[in-house]
Design a protein. Structure first.
Length: 430
């Protein structure tokens, strides 16, 4: 087990007789009960992350769970029950959140390429806020509102200038399909302010994801506050909402460290100290939309070693699951250079790591490599291979239909009890 995997296991889980336990339950028992491959999530880790973030944010902030990170209805329902709003990016996510019992008034709809049908659905159901990403989208929203006899709350998603960019995957600060360029913001703002069918509510900035440097976040938040103040002055009234987006990261690789929430808290305390007397922002509700930060550390992907072979001097562990279940771990979800997620043989955590292997899945493609040149204890057929940091962008971000293998179940551990929340093959259990 690598130092990174060992640190994650110690932080989030427990080890007894060399075996990983998730919230007190042995992974071998979970695998026997539900079969492999499978995803296992510990809800107490989600709560820990949510509580820690709330403690770091000023009182003016609200948290919206970005359900694209993990859209399982049981998880969406849990965050809604904890007082979170829900950030959606499609009509499918809207309907999933509705079925999970979430009030549309607590939802915001962001993302490029919203179709007229999607907009009509959410507007007809009374969605809380839509974040418009272009003038064409603003026109669509207006026309639908006029036809429905409704007035939508609309914010503008802004693609900020480069000095506010950052994160492992940049989504702003350059030419991008996301949002309205900051340089052209005023023309879109004037269009919305003069449209009787919409109520302009504020702005939304989202410049990158997987941010682990509090200083980068603080720079983005400072830029957002300055831009929000300027937009409010142009509008001639205070902003209702200012959405800083998500982007808060978790460590996956050996060079990465946890986001310093204390540094973030101290920086935000300074930034927000004067806002209570700011006429343009003193009544503004500030939003963040974390997803990965809230759920990523809670999950483990577990696959069984199905075959072991040596080819021209290289040893391969062939698993019963791979990139069709966990595309991100294979490096095919945005990595330029393949880096291994933290992985381990979950039933041999106290054994000496003395073999260099590749762990691959059962698919007919060389892309199906879950870990490359990783040092692990000597594996045997039937051992359980685990990928940590798998609570976000795992099952739902993967090509589940490739080669028609069965989709893995999802198991939620709550108060020491396992709940099947997604059945093998995709039927929702909760």
């Amino acid at each position: 087990m690598s130092d990174q995997a060992a640190a994650i296991a110690e932080k989030n889980f427990s080890i007894l007789n060399g075996e990983l336990y998730v919230a007190g339950l042995a992974v071998t028992q979970l695998a026997e009960t539900y079969g492999t491959p499978l995803f296992v999530y510990d809800i107490s880790i989600m709560d820990r992350q949510l509580d820690a973030l709330r403690s770091a944010l000023p009182s003016q902030f609200s948290i919206c769970y970005s359900m694209k990170a993990n859209p399982n209805p049981a998880i969406v329902r849990h965050f809604f029950s904890r007082g979170c709003g829900i950030e959606i990016a499609s009509d499918g996510e809207f309907l999933t959140a509705q079925r999970a019992g979430c009030d549309p008034k607590t939802m915001l709809f962001a993302g490029p390429g919203k179709t007229p049908a999607e907009l009509e659905l959410v507007l007809s159901q009374g969605i809380g806020e839509i974040h418009a990403e272009s003038l064409i989208e603003c026109g669509r929203i207006s026309a639908i509102c006029k036809r429905l006899g409704k007035r939508a709350h609309v914010a503008i998603r802004v693609n900020p200038t480069g000095d506010a960019a950052g994160g492992a995957m940049r989504m702003g600060g350059r030419a991008a399909p996301f949002g309205v360029d900051e340089e052209t913001l005023d023309s879109v703002l004037v269009t919305l302010l003069n449209d009787p069918n919409v109520a302009f509510s504020g702005i939304h900035l989202f410049t990158g994801t997987q941010i682990l440097d509090a200083a980068v976040l603080l720079n983005q938040y400072r830029h957002g506050v300055e831009l929000g103040r300027r937009v409010a002055q142009v509008a001639g009234r205070p902003l209702d909402t200012l959405d800083f987006g998500g982007g808060l990261g978790i460590p996956y690789f050996s060079h990465e460290k946890d986001l310093d929430l204390q540094q973030l808290k101290e920086g935000l305390s300074v930034l927000f100290a004067d806002l209570e007397s700011d006429p343009w922002l003193k009544r503004t509700r500030f939003l963040v939309e974390p997803g990965r930060f809230l759920v990523g550390e809670s999950g483990v992907y577990i696959a069984r070693v199905n075959d072991i072979k040596i080819s021209r001097g290289k040893k391969f562990l062939i698993l019963d699951g791979g990139m069709n279940h966990h595309l991100a771990a294979s490096g095919n979800l945005g990595q330029t250079i393949k880096r291994n997620y933290p992985v381990a043989i979950l039933n041999k955590l106290d054994a000496k790591a003395n073999e260099n292997v590749d762990a691959v899945g059962p698919l007919c493609t060389p892309l199906d490599t879950v870990a490359r040149n990783v040092t692990l204890p000597a594996a045997e057929i039937g051992d359980l291979f685990g990928v940590f940091q798998s609570g976000a962008y795992g099952r739902s971000s993967s090509p589940l239909g490739f080669l028609s293998h069965a989709a893995p179940p999802e198991i939620l551990i709550r108060s020491g009890r396992a709940e099947l929340i997604e059945c093998r093959g995709g039927g929702t259990a909760a």
